[in-house]
Design a protein around this ligand. Structure first.
Ligand SMILES: *Cc1c(COP(=O)(O)O)cnc(C)c1O
Length: 240
């Protein structure tokens, strides 16, 4: 796992350079290492470099790792993948952050379960910035009404927005997705007089561009931990 440390150093430098190019501070960009399909040892390799919060896209895999590492390390888990209502209870138990909120049904269920647990959850609203049919997330035009409705859920700490950009080498089109996020953010901030500070956008292939367009959180998996594993190779059945 030595390569994890080296990869993290490289990514940190690339984050700093991207931020500097647009006059931003590297400290204003949070690197969220994404450990999906990776064993607990990979999490601990990044932990040894000072990271405390990790991204996972599947609830079952995330809660299994959370349980395994609970006594070993003070780790916070960020669920970054689509959530079904029946998994809300699990998320309410172990997660610190949920970045893929895009339905009031899930918001309501999470809020109820969090209240039962006496916990709160940091939340980002997922936007479908590329407007592809198969993608999760709200269409930009629906975000304002959704944000309004979220105000009634006390256990949800709404921090900002998240997106997955178009998956293409065409920088202009990827950049256009990121720019939409900035626009939606400004509209929400104008209406609410602030807030909505988090913009989670950018992954291994596009995090520098995302930072140049205002990302405050980049979610990076493969560039840190290497190619994704077949989960069944290291942990039979863990992702169900
Ligand atoms: C897997 C995943 C990432 C990280 O992707 P990489 O290409 O491995 O950097 C980021 N965001 C979400 C929502 C993911 O599921």
């Amino acid at each position: 796992m030595d390569s994890v440390a080296a990869n993290l150093t490289t990514i940190e430098q690339r984050i700093a350079s991207a931020a500097a190019r647009v006059g931003r501070r590297a400290e204003d960009v949070r690197l969220l290492p994404v450990t999906k399909t990776k064993p607990p040892e990979a999490v601990m390799a990044a932990y040894a470099q000072g990271y405390r919060r990790f991204g996972e896209n599947k609830v079952q895999e995330a809660s299994a790792k959370a349980e395994l590492l609970a006594d070993v390390a003070d780790i916070e888990w960020s669920v970054i993948g689509h959530l079904q209502t029946n998994k809300a209870r699990d998320v309410a138990r172990f997660a610190t952050e949920f970045q893929a909120l895009d339905s009031l049904r899930v918001a309501k269920e999470l809020n109820k379960r969090l209240q039962n647990e006496g916990r709160r959850l940091e939340v980002l609203v997922q936007i479908n910035s590329s407007e592809e049919d198969q993608k999760f997330g709200l269409p930009p035009a629906e975000v304002a009404a959704f944000a309004q409705a979220l105000q009634s859920f006390d256990a949800l700490e709404v921090r900002g927005l998240m997106t997955l950009a178009l998956f293409t080498d065409d920088h202009a089109r990827v950049g256009a997705c990121f720019d939409i996020m900035g626009q939606v953010q400004r509209e929400l901030q104008d209406r609410d007089g602030g807030g909505w500070t988090e913009l989670s956008m950018g992954m291994s292939g596009d995090f520098e561009l995302a930072i140049e367009r205002g990302a405050t959180c980049v979610r990076v998996g493969q560039a840190i931990f290497g190619d994704r594993l077949d989960p069944n190779e290291y942990w039979p059945g863990i992702t169900g």
